[in-house]
Design a binder for this molecule. Structure first.
Ligand code: PMT
Length: 230
C-alpha cells in the first residue's frame, strides 16, 4: 500500500446514492452503485493523495489506503462535505444526491387505505452539496470537480451545471446509454473545465470505470497544481 506523504494533497470524494426516508421502512433513492466514486478514490490513493471518501449506502469494499465515512441522507453528506472540504485541495462530487427529501418523514409505517387510490408526497429541496463547497471563500475552497448525469443535450446541460454551481471542472456522462453510467463497470464521459477565456473539453470514450477514474484524477490533479502555482 502507498502511504501518502505529509505534503500529499487531501482529496475528498462523495460516492454512491443518498437515501431519503419516507417512513421507517421506505425511502427515495437511485441506482448509483458507488463504482465510479470508489474507482476515483482508489485511483487518487494510488496516485499518492490522502483520500477521504464520503459514501452513501453501497455494497463495495473500502479501497486500500482510503478513509471512508458512511452517510445515508443528503443532509448528512452535506454536513460531512462542508466539514472536510475547507481543508482539502481537491473535492470530487460523484455521488448521486437526491435533489429532494420528504418534507415530513412519517414516524410510523404509512398505511394503505381502501378509500385512496393515490398518495401525494410533499418533498422539499435538499442542499446542493457541491455548489456549497464551490462557494467556500478563498483559502478554504478546494479545486471542485462535479459530475453531470444527463440523458439528453449532455454538453449544454453540463456547461450550465459547471457555471451555475461554480465548479472548476465537470465530468458529464450520458446515463441513458446501455452498459454505461449507473451500476455498470464501464462509463464514458465528456470532461469540461474552465479556462481564462472560456472552457476546454476532452472526450473520454467507453472504458472501464477504473480507467476513466485514472484519467479524471490525473486531469484534476494537473489542473490543481497549475491553479495553486498561480
Ligand atoms: O455509482 P455508479 O453506479 O458507478 O454510477 C456513477 C454515476 C452515474 C452516479 C456518476 O458517474 C454520476 O454521474 N454522478 C453524479 C450523479 C448526479 O446526481 O448528477 P447530477 O447531474 O444530478 O448532479 C450534478 C452534480 O451536483 C454532481 O456532482 C452531484 O454530486 C452534485 N449534487 C447534486 C445534487 C445535490 N443536492 N448536491 C450535489 O452535490
Amino acid at each position: 500500500p502507498i502511504t501518502p506523504s505529509a505534503s500529499a494533497p487531501h482529496v475528498v470524494i462523495t460516492a454512491g446514492p443518498t437515501r431519503e426516508a419516507l417512513d421507517p421502512v421506505r425511502y427515495l433513492s437511485n441506482h448509483s452503485s458507488g463504482k465510479m466514486g470508489y474507482a476515483l478514490a482508489a485511483e487518487a490513493a494510488a496516485q499518492g493523495a490522502r483520500v477521504t471518501l464520503i459514501s452513501g449506502p453501497v455494497n463495495l469494499p473500502t479501497p486500500q489506503g482510503v478513509e471512508r465515512l458512511n452517510v445515508e441522507t443528503a443532509v448528512q453528506m452535506h454536513t460531512a462535505a462542508l466539514e472536510l472540504a475547507p481543508q482539502a485541495a481537491l473535492f470530487i462530487g460523484c455521488a448521486a444526491v437526491a435533489d429532494y427529501r420528504a418534507a415530513n418523514a412519517a414516524e410510523h409505517k404509512l398505511k394503505k387505505t381502501d378509500d385512496q387510490d393515490t398518495l401525494t408526497l410533499t418533498l422539499v429541496k435538499n442542499p446542493d452539496i457541491i455548489a456549497d463547497v464551490a462557494a467556500l471563500p478563498d483559502g478554504q475552497r478546494p479545486f471542485v470537480v462535479g459530475f453531470a448525469a444527463e440523458t439528453q443535450d449532455i454538453e449544454r446541460y453540463a456547461q450550465d451545471k459547471l457555471a451555475r454551481k461554480g465548479l472548476d471542472m465537470i465530468v458529464a456522462n450520458d446515463v441513458s446509454q446501455q452498459g454505461l453510467g449507473f451500476g455498470s463497470d464501464d462509463n464514458a464521459a465528456l470532461l469540461l473545465w474552465r479556462t481564462s477565456d472560456g472552457s476546454d473539453r476532452l472526450v473520454a470514450p467507453p472504458q472501464p470505470k477504473t480507467q476513466l477514474a485514472a484519467l479524471i484524477v490525473r486531469h484534476a490533479l494537473t489542473h490543481l497544481s497549475l491553479t495553486s502555482s498561480g
